[in-house]
Design a protein around this ligand. Structure first.
Ligand SMILES: CSC[C@H]1O[C@H](OP(=O)(O)O)[C@H](O)[C@@H]1O
Ligand code: ADE
Length: 288
């Protein structure tokens, strides 16, 4: 598994302490500034780039996170792979707090977020049927199992707008629908990673049971923070283990790195040159 690994850290994960040769560096993009400076460093023999999704000190709401800039910045930093780490609520008794879920599907109930790099004269439709990179996920699963982290491969992540947590009625409806976990950030992040032809995997770290259980008070930040501290230690160990096993490979077997091959539907003769320039960083491979 090759190329450069980018890590997006969610709530409770604002830096990676074990990196060496570290430097925080501002990276600007045609889509604005990312959530924070990017942290460049090495973990063992591997170059890593880390980005705190909400910024250091957790300054950005899920709706305010500049998802396009974050993905564009990681791509500009040379990342070919992105491992996303997020706190989440659980809709299954068996997915208890502390469990790490390797997400394989999303249901997007966010609204008002910019969901594509494309538009303004260049239309593209990528496939999200399989919205995460299986080969990258397999690496993560191997590492988690070796570490003994409570880990489940596969799960549907309901992305809600927030910032308020769900009502009991919403929470029960999501349980009835069969969803596994809930969070506020993985969409449009995953969709944008696909448009940028990045291999993307998401580990959703359960902090609570949301509000569907009758005896449950409902999700609240104080309880979530308690669980998150333990989860963050496991998340750091997981990143270190994934990095330790990182070996180069030429191409993504699933084709994430060619997601745009047949996606742009607009007649190339009509592509507005300024829009081509804006897209060059994320889609340059197909804009030649
Ligand atoms: C602090 S609980 C709610 C907050 O936590 C999750 O953030 P992230 O996905 O970045 O770990 C959730 O999506 C909410 O933004
Ligand atoms: N119950 C919940 N709902 C939405 N986002 C969350 N992040 C952590 N727990 C959550």
């Amino acid at each position: 598994m090759g190329g450069k690994l980018g890590i997006i850290g969610g709530s409770g994960l604002y830096a990676l302490g074990s990196l060496t040769d570290v430097v925080w560096r501002a990276v600007d993009t045609p889509f604005g500034a990312p959530s924070d400076e990017l942290l460049f460093g090495r973990l063992g023999q591997v170059d890593l780039v880390f980005l705190p999704r909400h910024g250091r000190g957790h300054r950005l709401t899920p709706s305010e996170v500049p998802y396009r800039a974050n993905i564009a910045a990681l791509k500009a930093a040379g990342c070919t792979h992105v491992l996303s780490l997020s706190a989440c609520g659980s809709f299954k008794e068996a997915l208890s707090p502390g469990t790490f879920v390797l997400v394989d599907q999303f249901v997007d109930r966010t609204r008002g977020r910019v969901k594509s790099f494309f538009g303004n004269g260049i239309v593209a439709h990528v496939s999200l049927a399989d919205p995460v990179c299986g080969p990258l996920g397999a690496r993560v699963a191997e590492a988690a199992k070796a570490l003994g982290i409570p880990f489940v491969s596969g799960g549907t992540y309901l992305a809600m707008e927030g910032p308020q947590f769900s009502t009991r009625a919403e929470s029960r409806a999501y349980v009835a629908a069969g969803f596994d976990v809930i969070g506020m950030t993985n969409m449009p992040e995953a969709a944008l990673a696909r448009e940028a032809e990045l291999c993307y995997a998401s580990v959703a770290m359960v902090t609570d049971y949301d509000s569907w259980r009758p005896a449950e008070e409902g999700a609240n930040v104080a309880d979530i923070l308690d669980v998150m501290h333990g989860n963050s230690a496991n998340a750091r160990a997981l990143v270190a283990a994934v990095a330790a096993a990182w070996v180069p490979s030429a191409a993504c077997p699933q084709g994430c790195d060619h997601a745009l091959d047949h996606a742009i539907i607009t007649d190339p003769a009509l592509w507005p040159p300024p829009v081509v320039e804006t897209l060059r960083g994320v889609a340059g491979r197909v804009l030649k």
